[in-house]
Design a protein. Sequence first.
Length: 412
Amino acid sequence: LSTHIGMAATRSDCDACRIHSGSDWFGTRYITETGARNVLQYRYSGSDNSFVYRYFCSPLAEVLVQRLVPMWVAPNLITCSGLLPSILAHVTIWWHCPDLLTPCPRWCWALCGVCTFVYQTLDNMDGKQARRTGSSSPLGLMVDHGADALNIVLSSLNVMAMLQVGDSPRDCLLIWLTSATPFYLATWEEFHTGTLYLGVFNGPTDGVLILSASQLLCAVVGDYTAFWAAEALPGLGLSRKACTIAFYLICVAGTVLANFVAVARVCRDWRHFFGAVLLAAPFFCMCLVGGAAWVLASPSGSQAFSRHPRLVFWLLGLLFLKQVVHLQLSHICDEPYRPCSWTMLLPGLLLAVSALVGVYKETWDDELLCWSCALLMAASCLHLCIGAATELAVILDQRVFSISKILSDKQS
């Protein structure tokens, strides 16, 4: 996560509500009139306390921005450019390892490790450019957060392919759990506390660098599949793969505990805290518990995983992406978070019915249903991202990928 810091310039309530005069996308608005007013008053608060970020990642991003990036380049353009290496790495690994089991050529992991590092560096550079040009805004925060959420989906599938766990739905689900949970709960914590706090050891900085180093390691060792399958320590009885997943789980457990403690501190009482926890329930029910039950316990889910493991996690990833973007939008608009919409409930309902039918009909094949739900969620996420970004741009009187107006206003 990069740090887009700042507040939109103060405008009248009439200007704030320009969104209601034609910025809706296909008849849908994501920001209410009250939310439009609140966006103009939004102030970002956050910190990355990682020593690696403080002494390496941040100075590197600062130098690159100052020496290589022209003033006219919009921070959102840097943010979205950062997705390009992530997509390139994901497609490359997908091409050579569609089943999360087939070994990839060593050069693929070299490319993947470099792309992961480039993505993180660009993710740090966009915030530097925003402060440098005075273009920090809630719009930039929204674009940045959405890009980071999409990268979670891409990188988690790369980790599954790296560790060769396509034959184990349990291991795939554990990797998905360790990728999506801390990101969602960090956003959930920010929604309740108003501050994004990243500890001295955190996923966006240290975790991404560890992932990049692991991918580069796969390019260096002779047979990376044998490397991960080998015993970690003599007599331990656990493979490097199992120890890596266990390490992820331990780190995530500590992060999740810190998230809940931080939210509990700002809640008035236990009833308020229980209500805050309920807001996180749809994510756990749909993306984690529901996904795990469908894949592990239902014949239709097991069949879908065995045939198209990537499709299963793309479906869960799109559900995750939409919930995260909605939560972040509610945060910057200072409005209640309403996680349940028909586009999220319908896939869950259809897959639940499919699981029940599969119990009684062994020949039931829900491949078409999985593809349909994934395409529905992809269209829904695309509509949300474009619609919300368009509305924010109208409210803030900005352009999504251009800061020429901001620079001209500063010069005048």
